[in-house]
Design a protein. Structure first.
Length: 173
């Protein structure tokens, strides 16, 4: 059972099933006030599968899975951090990793998908928040792609030759 908060987030609530003549006919739980609650079927054993993909050679090559996580429904909810950070994929010194692109947000899964400057990227914390937005009543899969860009570095030197600053710029796809 979950409590659906006013902001749309949810939290799992301790509850018990009341049976009559061997059949479940009620659910008991304690509440401080009237609110919205949802009953989840505990027999579904729902899981969230998160698959992180990266290209074999940074921004080139075939997509390959670099991390896969399977998370139970009871590990999710507002304020929980069930998703482990898969780390930064292998990149070269002329590349930058800027986060993860979420499949379905103008991101189709195919070998020809290319990360561009217009691709929206997310941190692992943002992905965790996204996955915790709704209760998990059935199995769900989230697919993410490493946003790796080819870049050029610009280093600024003063008149004595000391480095004063450095920055990188994305090379347009």
């Amino acid at each position: 059972m979950v409590h659906v908060k006013d902001d749309g987030s949810f939290e799992y609530v301790s509850s018990s099933v009341v049976t009559t003549r061997g059949k479940a006919d009620a659910i008991e739980f304690e509440a401080d006030s009237f609110s919205v609650y949802a009953v989840l079927d505990e027999n579904t054993n729902a899981t969230l599968t998160i698959s992180f993909y990266a290209r074999r050679n940074g921004s080139e090559g075939n997509w390959q899975i670099v991390n896969k996580q399977i998370i139970r429904a009871d590990q999710l909810g507002a304020g929980k951090s069930a998703i482990a950070d898969p780390g930064v994929p292998n990149i070269t010194t002329s590349q930058a990793f800027e986060g993860w692109a979420l499949e379905g947000e103008n991101v189709p899964f195919n070998e020809n998908f290319t990360v561009t400057a217009d691709t929206t990227t997310y941190s692992v914390r943002q992905i965790n928040d996204y996955c915790n937005e709704t209760p998990l009543a059935q199995n769900r899969e989230v697919v993410l792609y490493a946003a790796v860009y080819d870049v050029v570095y610009v280093t600024y030197h003063d008149q004595a030759g000391a480095v004063t600053s450095a920055e990188y710029h994305k090379i347009p796809a």
